[in-house]
Design a protein around this ligand. Structure first.
Ligand SMILES: NC(=O)c1ccc[n+]([C@@H]2O[C@H](COP(=O)([O-])OP(=O)(O)OC[C@H]3O[C@@H](n4cnc5c(N)ncnc54)[C@H](OP(=O)(O)O)[C@@H]3O)[C@@H](O)[C@H]2O)c1
Length: 385
């Protein structure tokens, strides 16, 4: 029985991970859960999955959680903050660490888990975007195992199957195109419009990123770092049906591709059971029922964040980190009604041009740049209002 710790158990990926664990309950059990502030759902998850340790972001949330579970669950440790995340990530009882938190707060826990050679099932693309070189150098040094959860990267992991990068001509990741695939007027888009994703049901931030195609840009950077493929060998295709997740074209022009119904549970299960396969909760894919599988080139003019992501992927240094921090802050401002949808890309570009790039930044330097970029983005947001 493998024991799992989930950072971000109350989010979209976290909840799906718990469904997969329940489905494979003769193989996996929950050792630890962590969330930020949703103590109501965390309490419910504790009673359902019986973890030994949980982590919340601060004392206030810890006290609220304790109040809800104290009469029903006795032998549980409640920790808080970054130190709590590190403790569950490195605990000898954690066989698999699922990183499903939004944002970059899990970076120290991730690095410590790599050093302990834990199996890491990884969905938080912001971490690989901002700190990709440092994370992958650690993975190499400690010979650690890091498996993606993102559907496009799971597809690539299967197609690449540890083959040499020299065999690869290009890799292709697909995007549904989001709700505004055919829009031309981006100024009047409301938060409710942006949160209506045509295919996937996800957290709010990634749903807006899918609507701007920043999500695909983040995945270009993430794939480049995880698989050591230069970003100019990574192509994006819009594929509204979201059945084909990614493809690898080899130097002989053979293309291998990964297909499944769009459901993150099969991707999460892949990362937990790899290299084994088990029946999953995801429906049967019968291609005769999918008469049309369409593919289009993305429009870099209407979706400028995708172009910016390619630029920062190529430049490297601190730019991917600045891009991620500015985008996250601008998306949150859009979600709070502070800025219009089309301002997100404008602001990200302005923030990038404010910083002078440096090569090979250290982790503490990147954490500082993330903070400074978020602060500068806030400044620009206040000017917009
Ligand atoms: N959703 C998808 O289908 C999908 C697909 C591919 C990749 N991803 C990536 O997976 C990550 C999570 O996405 P999501 O859609 O699941 O996000 P989400 O629904 O917004 O959930 C985020 C989770 O992270 C927790 N969290 C945030 N900050 C934390 C902190 N400082 N300490 C502990 N927990 C913290 C949240 O806790 P609270 O609930 O308490 O706030 C919540 O459990 C993102 O990086 C996203 O890009 C998601």
């Amino acid at each position: 029985m493998k024991k799992i710790a989930i950072l971000g158990s109350t989010g979209s990926i976290g909840k799906s991970t718990l469904e997969v664990i329940k489905h494979l309950d003769n193989e996996f059990s929950v050792f630890a859960l962590a969330a930020k502030s949703n103590y109501h759902l965390l309490a419910q998850q504790i009673l359902e999955t019986n973890p030994k340790v949980v982590v919340t972001s601060d004392k206030k949330t810890k006290d609220e959680l304790f109040r809800l579970i104290k009469h029903k669950k006795k032998n549980i440790t409640i920790l808080t903050g970054e130190q709590g995340l590190i403790e569950i990530a490195t605990a000898s009882n954690t066989d698999i660490l699922v990183i499903a938190m939004s944002g970059i707060a899990g970076i120290s826990a991730l690095i410590k888990a790599i050093e302990k050679r834990k199996r890491i099932a990884f969905s938080t693309k912001e971490l690989l975007v901002s700190f990709g070189d440092i994370i992958m150098a650690k993975v190499k040094k400690y010979n650690a195992e890091i498996l993606p959860i993102d559907s496009e990267l799971v597809g690539l992991h299967q197609c690449l199957d540890n083959r040499s990068a020299n065999d690869v001509k290009e890799i292709i990741i697909t995007a549904s195109g989001g709700p505004f695939r055919n829009y031309t007027n981006f100024g009047n888009i409301t938060v409710a419009d942006a949160l209506k994703h045509p295919v996937w049901k996800m957290g709010r931030k990634i749903t807006v990123d899918s609507a701007t195609l920043a999500n695909k840009g983040l995945e270009v950077i993430e794939s480049s770092r995880l698989f050591s493929i230069p970003s100019d060998k990574i192509k994006v295709l819009i594929h509204p049906q979201s059945i084909v997740h990614s493809m690898v074209k080899f130097v002989d022009n053979t293309v291998m591709s990964a297909l499944s119904l769009p459901d993150m549970r099969v991707c999460i299960q892949y990362a937990l059971t790899y290299p084994n396969r088990k029946p999953s909760l995801v429906g049967n894919l019968d291609l005769s029922e999918h008469k049309m599988l369409e593919f289009y080139r993305p429009n870099f003019i209407r979706f400028p964040l995708l172009r910016t992501a390619y630029q920062v992927a190529k430049t490297g240094g601190i730019e991917p980190c600045i891009f991620n921090a500015a985008n996250e802050t601008a998306v949150n401002a859009f979600l709070e009604g502070k800025i219009k949808f089309d301002k997100i890309s404008e602001i990200v570009k302005k923030v990038l041009s404010h910083f002078t790039n440096i090569k090979n930044p250290s982790l503490p330097a990147l954490i500082q740049y993330d903070k400074q970029a978020a602060e500068y983005t806030e400044k620009l947001i206040n000017i917009c209002q």
